[in-house]
Structure formats: C-alpha cells, structure tokens
Design a protein around this ligand. Structure first.
Ligand SMILES: C[S@@+](CC[C@H](N)C(=O)[O-])C[C@H]1O[C@@H](n2cnc3c(N)ncnc32)[C@H](O)[C@@H]1O
Length: 420
C-alpha cells in the first residue's frame, strides 16, 4: 500500500476556514440582538425538494412560512428561550464566511463579482466552466427595505436552512440585484412575491440557490485533516472491510461546491489503494444545493488557482492539461456520482443518499443556525453505517450540537465516530 509521503501535506496553502475562524470572536451586536428574537426551526422537517412541482413547492413554502409565523407569535408572548453558547459563534461564523462590504455601492463580497474579479486577475477559484451567474459589470445595486429583508431571509431559511444575519443585508442586495433586473422587478418585495407565487418560481428558486450560496473551495483544502484521512481513516476502514470479506466503500461529500473536495477524496483513495483500486466497489456521492456548482463539478475542468495547494505529482497523475485548464481524468470521475441535494430536506437525504462509511461535510453548516445544524448532523448520524465517521470543517465543531459521536483527536483535526 503506497501512501503519499508526509511532505505532500507539509506546505498547506491558505485555508479559508482558518481565516474565518480568526473572525469568530467578533460577533456583531446586531447579530446577537437578532439571535435573541430568532424563533426555533419548525417542528416539521422542511421539505423544499428541488424535484417538487410548482404547486407542491408553493403549498409547501406557504405551510412552512405559516408555521414559522405562528412560532414567532408564540415566542413573542413567551420568555425568550435560552440560547446555546454556540449560537453566537455560529452567527459569527456565517458572518465571517463573507467579507464585509468594502463600500455601500460595490459588491466585492458577491460570489459572482468575486468570480469576475478573480478571472480578471487570472486567479479564479472556480472551475473554468462554472455554471455560476455573473452579474453585468457596473450594475447599480438595488436597496432592500428592512421588512423586505426579514421576509426574504425567512423564505431563504425555510427553503434551505441558510440563515442571513442582519449585518449581511448588503449581501442580499449584492447577490440578488442582478436577479431583479433580469426579471424586470422593481423591488425586493416584488421578488419575494415572484418566488412565492409566479408560475416560474421553481426555476427562480434554483437561481436563488445559485446566487445566495457561498461556494469557496479548493483541492487539498485543510491538509492536516486530509493527511489523517489518508494515513489513518482510509487504511483502517479498508482493513475493517477486508476482514469482513467486503470490498464496497461509500463516501458522501455533502456540500461539495464545484467538486474540488470529492475529487480530492477520490485522489486520496486512489493513492491508498493503487493497484487494488479496480477490485473495489467505490462510490463517492457528491452533492450541493446549487445546480450551477454541481454542473461545474461534473465537468471537472479547473484552472491553476484551484490547484494551488495540490502536490505536483498528484496534478500530474490525475489531470490532463489543456492550454490554461486542467481536466480531471475520467478514471477518477467514474468514482464520483454528482447530484443536487438540499441538506435541510431530511426526506430527500434518506431517499437519495446511500448509507456511508465516511461523510465529509466541511464549511457548510457554518451557514445554518443551531436548529438546522442539529437537524443536519442528525441526518448524517442516521446515514452513517455503524463505526463510520464524520469529517467537518476546520472552524466547525459538534460542541453543543450532538453527543452521539465519539470525537477522536488526531494531529490537527478531529474525527467524529459513530459507535460500531
Ligand atoms: C463554502 S462551500 C464548501 C465546499 C467544500 N465542502 C469545502 O469545504 O471546500 C459551502 C457549500 O455548501 C453548500 N450548501 C449550503 N447550503 C446547503 C444546503 N442546504 N444543502 C446542500 N448544500 C448546501 C453551498 O452551495 C456551497 O457550495
């Protein structure tokens, strides 16, 4: 069994998660204030399935919004519920995930404009053939009124679990101005109604997901964790399966963005198994809320910037180079099954994701509130096979969210284990 030498992991590039963790302690008062009034998630599981028909989707949204409104009314009459300690940090984490506005009229933190400026500086962090919408240059940002913001934020949370703090209002303006212009709408109130009642609302919800999500990622992100995965987690899992006379390994990359994470997992498995690989039945299920990033992930075409922390020998083994782009080799692609999924939809997870030996969900739950985090972590627990493990982002923790997993402390990372 040939493993990558430790030196492959010894020069990590800048991990965005590490950067954001620095900002966690600086939760803004406005966010804390909102946290005190934010109602709990509805008791019923949100079911905003992308596959729902227009009328099913509308009825579903209406039902869940009504539940949220009832809960808000009840919460207003009751004493404020105690907040878990982790709540403030989860809000700060979400805040940290996007840069602060550089000025009132620019959209530098906007995913799309970030892509545009990265392309301009020839260092884009997204695949060459990304499905993400890019706004017209110089587009004048539309303003969102406070009540429109609360209404839209509630809808977004209900649809996918992403929570946008008060201080991120500018982010909604930045990211959605282009959608309003394209639909010829004059206000965010009109956009809300479009999302709720228009006959093309199902398509628009997909566009909303594409622009509202933050898709920052790269190959070989978080090297200490990947070293543990390569040197400890995978060999132990393989040994266990072999001893049980099995050759079937299932890994889930939840919130895979443009594919760098599942392709990295596939490369590491190939490095560990080498000549034995063809004898194994391996499937990496990789999915994301945004159709745009899933489309890009399937193509598997990247530029040099996406490979900035990838060891050179790995680049040579698993990519073919064509002018300015790098194409993932088809042998590697065959190990991965890409698809769209909404992690806030427990039923969808049960229907679509085969039970896994290992789950990666890195830098995704930082966008959720604690209720949604708990729900998603519980789904992961249910999905994992006995003895399986969960790997989360560098700045994330299960503290105050779940006691079901046993944390295994490894060098620079924690592996969360489900009891065998
Ligand atoms: C910052 S990226 C992380 C990518 C990769 N896991 C990594 O660590 O490099 C977060 C991803 O989570 C996805 N996401 C957010 N909410 C989601 C949801 N409710 N269901 C599925 N994916 C979601 C976003 O679309 C985005 O691509």
């Amino acid at each position: 069994m040939a493993l990558l030498p430790p030196s492959n992991f010894s020069s990590p590039g800048k991990d965005a998660a590490t950067d954001t963790s620095r900002l966690f302690s600086a939760a803004k008062p406005a966010e804390t204030a909102y946290a005190k009034t934010e109602p709990a998630r509805p008791a019923t599981t949100p079911g905003a399935s992308s596959g729902a028909s227009g009328s099913t989707l509308a009825a579903d949204i209406a039902k869940r919004l009504a539940e949220r409104a009832a809960e808000r009314a009840a919460a207003a009459n009751a004493a404020p519920p105690p907040r878990p300690v982790a709540f403030a940090s989860s809000l700060a984490a979400r805040s940290a995930a996007d840069a602060a506005p550089s000025s009132s009229s620019t959209s530098s933190s906007d995913v799309a404009s970030r892509i545009a400026s990265m392309i301009a500086s020839s260092k884009p962090a997204v695949p060459v053939a990304s499905g993400i919408t890019t706004p017209s240059a110089g587009l004048k940002k539309l303003r969102i009124a406070d009540d429109e913001f609360v209404q839209l934020r509630e809808l977004i949370y209900t649809l996918c679990g992403i929570f946008i703090a008060d201080s991120r209002k500018y982010l909604v303006e930045n990211r959605l101005t282009n959608r309003l212009k394209e639909l010829n709408l004059k206000s965010f109130g009109e956009y809300y109604h479009f999302l709720r009642f228009d006959k093309s609302r199902t398509t628009e919800v997909q566009q909303l997901f594409d622009v509202i999500t933050t898709n920052e990622t790269s190959f070989y992100r978080n090297p200490p964790q990947l070293k543990t995965f390569q040197d400890i987690v995978v060999p132990a899992e393989i040994e266990k399966l072999k001893n049980a006379g099995q050759r079937k390994l299932r890994i889930w990359s939840a919130g895979c963005s443009t594919g760098e994470e599942p392709y990295t997992i596939a490369m590491i498995l190939s490095e560990v198994l080498r000549a034995q690989l063809p004898a194994w039945d391996i499937k990496i299920t990789a999915n994301d809320l945004s159709e745009g990033v899933v489309r890009a992930a399937r193509q598997g075409i990247y530029n040099e910037y996406a490979l900035r922390t990838t060891p050179q020998d790995i680049v040579q083994r698993y990519f073919t180079k064509s002018e300015m782009s790098y194409h993932v080799k088809s042998d590697l692609k065959r190990l991965i099954q890409f698809g769209q999924i909404n992690l806030s939809d427990t039923g969808m997870i049960k229907r679509q994701v085969e039970r896994s030996h290992i789950i990666f969900c890195r830098n995704v739950i930082i966008y959720f509130d604690d209720e949604m985090k708990r729900q998603v972590i519980e789904s992961f627990y249910d999905n994992l096979l006995p003895g399986g493990c969960l790997l989360i982002g560098h700045s994330e923790s299960l503290h105050n969210l779940s006691r079901a997993f046993k944390p295994e402390h490894q060098t620079g990372t924690i592996v969360y284990r489900k009891q065998a």
